[in-house]
Write a protein that binds this ligand. Sequence first.
Ligand code: MV4
Length: 455
Amino acid sequence: MFKKILIANRGEIALRVIVACRELGIKTVAVYSEADENSLHVRFADEDVCIGPARSADSYLNVPAIISAAEITGADAIHPGYGFLSESAYLAEVCEACHIRFIGPDPNVIRLMGDKARARRAMKKAGLPMLPGSDGPVESEEKAVKVAWDIGYPVIIKAVAGGGGRGMRVVRLPSEMGAALRTAQREAEAAFGVGDVYVEKYLENPRHIEFQVLGDHHGNLVHLGERECSIQRRHQKLLEESPSLALTDKIRRKMGSLVVDAAKAVQYTNAGTFEFLLDDGKFYFMEVNTRLQVEHPVTEMVTGIDIVKEQIRIAAGERLSFKQSEVTFTGHSIECRINAEDPETFAPSPGVIHAFSVPGGPGARIDTFAHSECTVSPYYDSMVAKIITHGRDRQEAIARMRRTLEMTVVDGIKTTVPLHLKILAEPDFVAGRLGTAFMERFVPKAKPGSLAAAV
Ligand code: MV4
């Protein structure tokens, strides 16, 4: 087992990894930017190293600075958390070259899944059902129109290097294709440095369902069930739950076994998430995220498995200590992401939190870096806390979420707490009638003449 792990991240996920390390008796190294000097992840790590100025590009994305910090402190592994360098095949490779273990999949698997068009081909070959679409990048308007003609409108243009919704455009008419293609290519180039895009059939209101997997270096691979992530705004998830009301036991077993086979086909190791769209009882592969995800706690709550500790054990070469048949699902879990945002306009609302308090109690978990008089920096992601509840059933998980949100105090900044209370009060939410269009009811209709909201 590792003696010391460097956490190449900040905020709640850095604390989450420290928690896992403490339970495993592993020493920790925090890295931090000048903006995070007084953060809890720095206070609770055994050692800390400043890696640069506030801007992410100069600190949390600075591979040489992070590797140097690991070498100086003698860390034998790096946990990248989520975001930042978590899906950087480059960091994983540099770690390998420096004899530091990267806690994540093999760099080649990260690279494969990072190219959404390649991943699509590989996963199709491995047996996952796909939406009809182009079998690789489309360069020209003519080719895109031809693909759309074959599969039928509407179609969606997605960035090959994308994921998370950036560089996506829905096209409903051939006459819109040229402009949409050029916009998507330009956006993709600006966001990822790679302008390639592909085309697939667009579903109007599917559910976004993802499966969690864990694979060790001895050929063992299990799934930990699914998460329902249909409640998103501008492709930022807001609320997730497990299990999904949309899956019957039969379809869950079918998807689970297909995911396990597909992951084994690429010798997937460590933690991963297989994303699907579910529509009309049928499911379609979308992409694989080769990292720990923000919403991993809902899976932990229903399975009782500590995903971060498993990631660390796997990276250290240990075997998974349980078989698929030993993974059981108990009750229901919901996560609400509390962001420092105006709940109406969604504009970021950084600043000082003067008072911060979230009640615990049965079935309530809070993952956060926040505390009274802490600063929410404008430099980083606006998420300040995750409230996760568990109950014997969905109703109990919802009731626990409601009472927790009602008793949450975050003074000094605006947060998404009121928005979550509105979502939980929606009859469609309570009835489990969810889809990717769910949040549209909360979006003010675009004024005539204004730019239509992206996708
Ligand atoms: C789609 C889709 C419908 N059809 N692809 C959004 C994030 C990225 N991971 C993929 N996403 C989607 N891809 C096809 N072919 C619907 C989504 C989607 C979505 C779209 C609009 C508004 C909210 C959404 C929430 C989840 C998924």
